[in-house]
Design a protein around this ligand. Structure first.
Ligand SMILES: NC(=O)c1ccc[n+]([C@@H]2O[C@H](COP(=O)([O-])OP(=O)(O)OC[C@H]3O[C@@H](n4cnc5c(N)ncnc54)[C@H](O)[C@@H]3O)[C@@H](O)[C@H]2O)c1
Length: 255
């Protein structure tokens, strides 16, 4: 059996994860709970979020807190973060994971749809970071991990709002890293490749996709949420103390 790293600096640390109810986010919740962190997660999916929190409560050093919210509504997002702080204390780690890679055609994209895509894929990352920064400043530091995507690097079509937002995430990271670095707050982008979540497999992964992955990745094995979570653990822990303003790509060598 393969053994993976345990990070003592994550024990009892308060970690906020957006989009934690399903997909990569659910694995992030599980992995940080397993490290002994105090996890709070925000998601719009009430059923999956409650089920995950209940499943992980037993035997955990700290039972995770699920706060149901639509994070395109910034006051609702901030209230959810406040609820996590109320239960688990000041937030030391923020994982800006939530997104929606909805496909859309250029000719059908209204200004309203464009704004909605930016709201779900980019805007909340800034406002969540802003809302936790005071906690991190008071604590003498913190770690913010913004989730990007290799899709725009591969010039993937069919979802221009998503790819635009994900390209912008890397700029957001660099800007915040400069402003918040003065307070020992680190900001990095974790850039996943094509991760075989249940949703991706259900919607998109057919034989043609598997052939594309085999051509693209240097390591032709399924990229899993656990692989992304292991990088997130490292970026959250003190082991990465001098890593900031960087892109950490986990894609099996595709880009
Ligand atoms: N899966 C991949 O192949 C892949 C590839 C590259 C990048 N990523 C990035 O990794 C992150 C996680 O990806 P994933 O595949 O697990 O995504 P996903 O779509 O499977 O899950 C996203 C989570 O965010 C939640 N969410 C969506 N809209 C929300 C809203 N308005 N308010 C609150 N919660 C909301 C969803 O309910 C869900 O639990 C994203 O940032 C994504 O862009 C994923």
């Amino acid at each position: 059996m393969t053994a993976f790293a345990h990070y003592p600096s994550l024990t009892d640390r308060t970690v906020l994860i957006t989009g934690g109810a399903t997909g990569i986010g659910a694995t992030l919740v599980e992995e940080f709970v397993a490290q002994g962190a105090k996890v709070g997660f925000v998601d719009i999916d009430a059923t999956s979020g409650a089920a995950l929190a209940e499943r992980l409560a037993g035997g955990a050093r700290h039972a995770p807190l699920f706060a149901c919210a639509d994070l395109t509504d910034i006051p609702a997002l901030e209230a959810a973060i406040d609820a996590v702080r109320g239960r688990h204390g000041p937030i030391s780690v923020l994982l800006n994971n939530a997104a929606n890679d909805r496909r859309h055609r250029i000719e059908d994209t209204t200004p309203e749809a464009w704004d909605a895509g930016i709201a779900v894929n980019l805007r909340h990352q800034f406002f969540a970071a802003r809302h936790v920064a005071a906690d991190m400043r008071a604590a003498g530091g913190g770690s913010i991990v913004n989730f990007g995507s290799i899709s725009w690097m591969l010039k993937q079509g069919g979802m221009p709002v998503y790819t635009t937002a994900k390209a912008a995430v890397q700029g957001l990271t660099r800007s915040l890293a400069r402003d918040l670095g003065a307070f020992n707050i680190r900001v990095n982008t974790l850039v996943p490749g094509w991760v075989m979540t249940d949703k991706q497999v259900r919607l998109w992964v057919d034989d043609a996709a598997r052939a594309e992955i085999a051509r693209g990745q240097c390591i032709n094995r399924p990229l899993l949420a656990e692989h992304i979570a292991r990088m997130a653990l490292f970026l959250a822990a003190d082991d990465s103390a001098m890593c900031t303003a960087q892109d950490f790509v986990v894609d099996g060598g595709w880009t």
